[in-house]
Design a binder for this molecule. Sequence first.
Ligand SMILES: CC(C)(COP(=O)(O)OP(=O)(O)OC[C@H]1O[C@@H](n2cnc3c(N)ncnc32)[C@H](O)[C@@H]1OP(=O)(O)O)[C@@H](O)C(=O)NCCC(=O)NCCS
Length: 168
Amino acid sequence: MEIRAATLEDLTPVGELLVACLNAGVGWLPEGDYSRNIPYRMKPSYALFVAERNESRGKVIAGFVECVREMPPHPPEVSNLFVHPAFQGQRIGLELFRHAVRYCGLGTLVSTYARNTSARKFFEGQGCVEVGRAPTYSLTDFMSGRTDDPNWRITYVVPQDRIAALVG
Ligand SMILES: CC(C)(COP(=O)(O)OP(=O)(O)OC[C@H]1O[C@@H](n2cnc3c(N)ncnc32)[C@H](O)[C@@H]1OP(=O)(O)O)[C@@H](O)C(=O)NCCC(=O)NCCS
């Protein structure tokens, strides 16, 4: 398996992978064509990496991770990590996360929906420490004022010692 920076040709398979993940279980997100979102995120501070595997049918994008490195003091962020359902549980998420943390460096943040228990287990299993919860798109979520609201996002920091361990 190779982890590399995405090219424009990867955008269609990355969008399809995102939709496959959403259909397989992250289906509680608001309706929308998420496959079209990725090109709009592209700006100089944005990086998209893909995990590519050699399968009998040819090269396949098995997962991807998005990173944002803004100007300091804005912390670097691993903004999305997705592994195709057919390839989950094979350490691809871990390899992508390692790559992203290496790219982002000290103070890396990562966030996920409070209700995304499997992603929370993944990030907490990697030693990420919760630093806060915040409402997202919906005013209703904000108005609920409940920090245990499942629609809020939990932000984690990757502690310095974990960065060292992950980067190796
Ligand atoms: C979360 C996700 C990226 C994990 O990727 P993955 O390739 O399946 O995970 P890995 O095989 O690399 O697992 C690495 C470790 O995390 C653990 N882990 C992964 N998913 C887990 C889960 N649902 N529950 C508990 N532990 C889990 C593994 O057991 C493994 O632990 P170990 O090192 O002790 O054996 C993947 O399940 C995914 O794409 N989910 C859908 C999208 C999503 O929710 N993304 C995160 C929010 S942006």
